[in-house]
Design a protein around this ligand. Sequence first.
Ligand code: NAD
Length: 482
Amino acid sequence: MEELSRSVSELKQTFNTGRTRDVEWRKAQLKGIIKLLDENELQIFQALERDLGKHPVEAYRDEIGVIKKSARFTLSSIDKWVAPTKKQVPLLFYPSKGVVMPEPLGIVLIFSSWNFPFTLSLDPLIGAVSAGNTVVLKPSELAAECSAFLSKTIPLYLDCKAIKIIEGGVEVAEKLLQQKWDKIFYTGNARVARIVMSAASKHLTPVTLELGGKCPAIFGSLSDGDMKVAIKRIASGKWGPCSGQACVGIDYILVEHQHASKLIDLLKKTIKKFYGENMGSLKNLCKIVNKHHFNRLHNLLEDPAVAASIVYGGSLDEQNLFIEPTILLDPPVDAVIMVEEIFGPFLPIITLDDIHESIEFINSREKPLTIYAFTKDESFKKQILAETSSGSVTFNDTFVLNACDNLPFGGVGESGFGRYHGKYSFDTFSHEKAVLERTFYFELEGRHPPWNDFKLQFIRLAYNYDYFGLVLLLLGLKRKFT
Ligand code: NAD
């Protein structure tokens, strides 16, 4: 505990020197992150392979490439982001100047999760340093190799007096939460998010909570050609990122009865092509992170009604923590697999009489992090956007939105709050300070007591008709109100 307090006070001292406010310092950290990724690609591949069995292509796509892209984007935009933005001031208060000036929050705490151990650590870090903060990053203990790598390597590339990596599990997390932070950025499950929020409330610390939930995919009617593309995107979006252990992974699909068998046939063929035929020869898939999560997933299939709904896959290899891509057709909607976030390679398909019923189905559950919808029907798209609520919506693809620097990423309701990526990250870790500067040229005496009916009338006009502010100013000039 003492060591933690020492680290926090060192970060405070660093922040108070003003060093991290310097834009050149921020740029140096961003360049450091890019350099770290460039010079350690092989070690990162190895750490991800050991923790999660992640293939280098997946590792590069979802962890190295996407972070380099994000750091480069931030580097090229930061001069613009740090500059004060001029804002119009009502005529009533002319002459004056209004600006919004971003300032760093101070010392921030980042908790990351294990499924994308580099991305979920480094992307918030990019936001925090670009905004000029000092940082404690606690990577997830469940991806132990990646956590150890980050703790060993980050100090070699970044300013270790301003950015500290603290490794550890729940005990360390709890101690960190006892400290006073200027911001806590948490990625993980909603149960722990409640602990984080309650600890933050003691110090009125603002939090960003990046959580998960059950992300549905609505599968409308498509032409054969479009359907083939959609199935590829679903198969690689469901099992591609971390074998379904992804907050934005498709949790279940909603489809009309009439299209279900074709959807399942195509999915089976695509799984075989992408990942292999049988358990012994499966490739390009991550393992389940640990025994606890393996057992959790195993238990989902233990329900006899759920087991009876398996139409593809269902094999589990406990020794290697490996689970086959598995499709289920109409498991009971009140079974645990349809109530809790799956976070694994099971894909329930729920059939409906009419695809428009999907809206009600989604709305009867917690607000998801994202909704996927495969459809070309414009009025249905509008209906989905207007009648559902989710962190984001992607039409006709799966998880590519995460790599779009200009789109905010974050949840709503039970899937979290706050957002990041690109400029949104910078804003998340900044305070937008409003600055108003007035002159001493005029004084509008009508704003000062003693009050009379005349002043009431003029103030009423001033607030209801902006141009009237000008008239008031002129009158104010002549000091007619006193
Ligand atoms: P996890 O177990 O790695 O926990 C996340 C962080 O919380 C870790 O740093 C961990 O040490 C810390 N933690 C755990 N218990 C704690 C406690 N009692 N007090 C304080 N801190 C504690 O990850 P997880 O929660 O298993 O991650 C999976 C969940 O996260 C899923 O719900 C998933 O959808 C969500 N997730 C969301 C995103 C996103 O970007 N929205 C990304 C990844 C995962």
